[in-house]
Design a protein around this ligand. Structure first.
Ligand code: NAD
Ligand code: ZN
Ligand code: ZN
Length: 393
């Protein structure tokens, strides 16, 4: 089959690789019909290069058609249309019983101190081959895949794999008070949907980014925006819109920003040259630079407010302004989305004729798998109007 493989920093290629096969009775094989490219893939594309091996298959946002199932998989059958959550959970361990699926104890990657295994996230998360490919082996398929109805196009459902549950959890963790305001930093796919979900819940939403198309998309959906390219005092701009106090809640949907940053350059330099033990502290030192959005969030939240972090920050010792956080009395909640936890809330909304979250207005590009290298390039550089790209193997 054809699959997108990582070959080096900013070097991904579509190559022929062996077809996946059932390896356990809890596996399923799906034929991938759509597969998103995520801001998290951009971390692998460049910043996290030292953790990748050439040939790693990327991608964790798939949907498709079940081809084959292991003998322990009862709820899905060949021919079913399914969306696959990006984290791999068993559904029955101590964590899963508490619906903390991103911390599944059956699939967690102990040697790296990581939570549940993820598709396409290298040895950091279990070396499970990713979904930007024609076929995908789905472990723990007795629990993971979400059946969706035939009929509507993929783009109506595919974001249940990651973008929608991540954005939903971001708003839950933001704990916005009734009638309150949430400021969303970063208007990529996660920030777009988080802002729309906040509005759907009846909160006020302010969106911050510096890419015109992303600001325009948010405004189209009723979000007040602040253009960070026009203002270097973004936190003051947030206070101007919130009675001088700051936002009740802030969502960081940025995380490590790679392109053109010193971090990216450092990542490139140390990729493949230094062993992990040496590379890791260097990466975390460089964390200072990737924290810019987080500092804006800390400045923009009101006293005794909440910060919800869905953006992913690397580094083992990223410095945090602890005194400021303590003095302001800020609560912080973060982590990977417990995807299946939020599906009962989301499925009726994405399936609804009126499209209350506007999921049909998120995909800016539908591209064949062969064009994936160019897709990564334009998504990372935020050009050609790329906001969310779906690969269609
Ligand atoms: P993206 O790269 O498309 O979006 C990031 C946006 O942040 C961009 O639009 C960029 O212009 C903007 N930005 C950069 N610096 C900024 C600043 N200082 N102020 C305001 N905006 C700024 O990525 P995405 O797909 O939307 O993902 C966003 C983040 O969420 C990534 O870090 C990704 O890894 C993370 N993520 C987390 C989970 C989870 O389970 N927690 C799941 C998916 C993605
Ligand atoms: Zn993703
Ligand atoms: Zn589990």
């Amino acid at each position: 089959m054809k699959a997108l493989t990582w070959r080096g920093p900013r070097d991904v290629r579509v190559e022929n690789v062996p077809d996946p096969k059932l390896e356990a009775d809890t596996d399923a094989i799906i034929r991938v019909t759509s597969s998103g490219i995520c801001g998290s893939d951009l971390h692998l594309y460049e910043v996290l290069a030292p953790f990748l091996d050439p040939g790693d298959i990327l991608g964790h946002e798939p949907m498709g058609v079940v081809e084959e199932t292991g003998s322990a998989v009862a709820d899905i059958a060949p021919g079913d249309r399914v969306v696959v959550p990006f984290n791999i959970a068993c559904g029955h361990c101590w964590m899963c019983e508490r619906r903390l699926f991103a911390q599944c104890e059956t699939t967690q990657v102990r040697e790296h101190g990581s939570g549940a295994a993820l598709f396409g996230y290298t040895k950091l998360y279990g070396s499970v081959p990713g979904a930007q490919a024609e076929y995908l082996r789905v472990p723990q398929a007795q629990f993971g895949p979400i059946k969706v109805p035939e009929g509507p196009p993929d783009e109506q459902f595919v974001y249940l794999s990651d973008v929608l549950p991540t954005a939903w959890q971001a708003v839950e963790y933001a704990d916005v008070p009734k009638g309150g305001t949430v400021a969303v930093f970063g208007l990529g796919p996660i920030g777009q949907m988080a802002a729309r979900i906040a509005l759907h819940h009846g909160f006020r939403a302010i969106g911050v980014d510096r890419v015109p198309e992303r600001l325009n998309m948010a405004e189209r959906h009723g979000v007040r925006t602040i253009d960070a390219a026009q203002r270097d005092d973004v936190a003051d701009a947030v206070r101007e819109l919130t009675d001088g106090r700051g936002a009740d809640s802030v969502i960081d949907a940025v995380g490590m920003e790679a392109h053109g940053s010193p971090v990216a350059e450092l990542g490139q330099k140390i990729a493949g040259v230094l062993p992990d033990a040496v590379a890791e502290p260097l990466m975390s030192k460089a964390g200072i630079d990737r924290l810019s959005a987080l500092y804006e969030c800390i400045d923009s939240v009101r006293r005794a407010g909440t910060i919800s972090l869905s953006g992913v920050y690397g580094g083992m010792a990223d410095p945090m302004p602890m005194l400021t956080l303590f003095d302001k009395g800020v609560r912080i909640a973060m982590g990977q989305a417990h995807v299946k936890r939020w599906i009962p809330d989301l499925l009726p909304l994405v399936g609804h004729e009126s499209d209350p979250l506007g999921v049909r207005d998120l995909t800016t590009h539908h591209l064949p798998l062969d064009e994936a290298p160019n897709a990564y390039d334009i998504f990372q550089r935020k050009v050609d109007g790329a906001i969310k790209i779906l690969l269609e193997p």
